[in-house]
Design a protein around this ligand. Structure first.
Ligand code: GDP
Length: 424
């Protein structure tokens, strides 16, 4: 698909039961690549049940039922396409490895759809807060808010109820740090304002979900920054030499470049750059490449090293200060705790050296200086010391190299962003 429409990764977030799966189902059925045999199968079942029309609501019920029974409806590629873009819907928070994947770049979302039920007594709930804050912390820049279930507010499709919910949403989102985003009244179940303007909400003059998706901005490629290329693997190829492999995160790489690998501290010259077995004049952010480097032996570099220009080498941290969100820890975290940090392609144990402060999620102010411990739900600034040399960058300079997940006992305990790096 390279060279065709731009690609955007979307994540669906929101409180449980507010309608995320229903919405995704609706989008995929209206725009996605649902295998024809599944649609045929549903049509056949609908006919047998004497349903004259192929109703979406009925299909959704079947879809949901089968999902609940764990029957495979293989929507694994979760792709859909609009006039402008290709979209991939990636797993939502709550899924165990979501946070880790977001951070390590396996599934970095470019935009989020936040689903909030507009029903009386629902609105902004615990997970709404958690997910919105996580999205912001993990660097999801663009967001579309969906006031869902408008078909079942009182009275149905009430403008008054939407205005109420919209006010709450605006206040909440400002506290998270999102500005200038659409809030769309929808029914994922009935299909209002998804791809067609709703006949039931003539009072609404804003975009449909589809229009909002088409108005998203394509993420910019950070080509003007120094090269950062975390190494995934290193091969030694007969007749060619040493070939590290990885994804360009920032900058460009091309033959003739003098590069350095850190923390290995090995230098060489790029001889060739390849992607999909084709030689490239240069590679850009997002490109997965293999590149032959003269002056480097296979054992000189390994997974977790980061390649950069000799005159602007990747930063090796003696310690670093980070803002973290504790997502899931069975007890409390105190100074001395030493879990594994997953940063770009590497995993390094880091010791909590100092709990600097906890932060008020509502307004970002300091809650407590030097707390004794931090626990699930807390946002904190901490100073940590890696067990061995580690390349990590300030998120303000290299967002892709400043994010990390903290894992312990097979779970993602926390996620965070590197704010300062101390090199001595
Ligand atoms: P999730 O947990 O956020 O993925 O929520 P689901 O998509 O599983 O939906 C939870 C429940 O809300 C299900 O019973 C859905 O049928 C219902 N639901 C979802 N969207 C709508 C909607 O737009 N209108 C109404 N009336 N019900 C909805």
């Amino acid at each position: 698909m390279a060279g065709q429409k731009p690609h955007i990764n979307l994540v669906t977030i929101g409180h449980v039961d507010h309608g995320k799966s229903t919405l995704v189902g609706r989008l995929l059925f209206e725009h996605g690549e649902i295998p024809q045999h599944i649609i045929d199968d549903y049509k056949k079942q609908a006919d047998e049940k004497g349903k004259a029309t192929f109703e979406f609501a009925w299909v959704m019920d079947r879809y949901k039922e089968e999902r609940e029974r764990g029957v495979t409806i293989d929507l694994s590629h979760r792709k859909f396409e609009t006039d402008k873009y290709y979209f991939t819907i990636i797993d939502a928070p709550g899924h165990r490895d979501f946070v880790k994947n977001m951070i390590t770049g396996t599934s970095q979302a470019d935009a989020a759809m936040l689903v909030i039920s507009a029903r009386e007594g629902e609105g902004i709930m615990a997970q709404t807060r958690e997910h919105a804050f996580l999205a912001k912390t993990l660097g999801v820049q663009q967001i579309i808010v969906l006031a869902n279930k408008m078909d079942s507010v009182q009275p149905p499709y009430s403008e008054k109820r939407f205005t109420e919910v919209k006010g709450e949403i605006e206040k909440f989102m400002a506290s998270v740090g999102y500005r200038n985003f659409p809030i769309i009244p929808i029914s994922g179940y009935k299909g209002d304002n998804i791809t067609k303007k709703s006949e039931n909400m003539k009072w609404y003059s804003g975009p449909t979900l589809l229009e909002a998706l088409e108005s998203l901005k394509v993420p910019e490629k950070p080509t003007n920054k120094p090269l950062r290329l975390p190494v995934q693997d290193v091969y030694s190829i007969t007749g060619i030499g040493t070939v590290p492999v990885g994804r360009v995160e920032t900058g460009i790489i091309k033959p003739g470049d003098k590069v350095i690998f850190m923390p290995a501290n090995k230098q060489g010259e790029v001889k060739s750059v390849e992607m999909h077995h084709e030689s490239l004049p240069q590679a850009e952010p997002g490109d997965n490449v293999g590149f032959n480097v003269r002056g480097i032996a296979k054992n000189d570099v390994k997974r977790g090293d980061v390649c950069g220009p000799v005159n602007a080498p990747p930063t090796v941290a003696k310690s670093f200060t980070a803002q973290i969100v504790v997502l899931n820890h069975p007890s409390v975290i105190a100074v001395g705790y030493k879990p594994v940090f997953h940063v770009h392609t590497t995993q390094v144990a880091c010791r909590f050296e100092e709990l600097v402060k906890t932060i008020n999620p509502k307004d970002g102010t300091t809650k407590e200086n030097n707390p004794q411990f931090i626990k699930t739900g807390d946002i904190a600034v901490v100073k940590v010391v890696p067990d061995k040399p580690l390349v990590i960058e300030k998120v303000a300079e290299f967002p892709q190299l400043g994010r990390f997940a903290i894992r312990d006992m097979g779970q993602t305990v926390a996620a965070g962003l590197c704010q300062e790096v101390e090199t001595k």
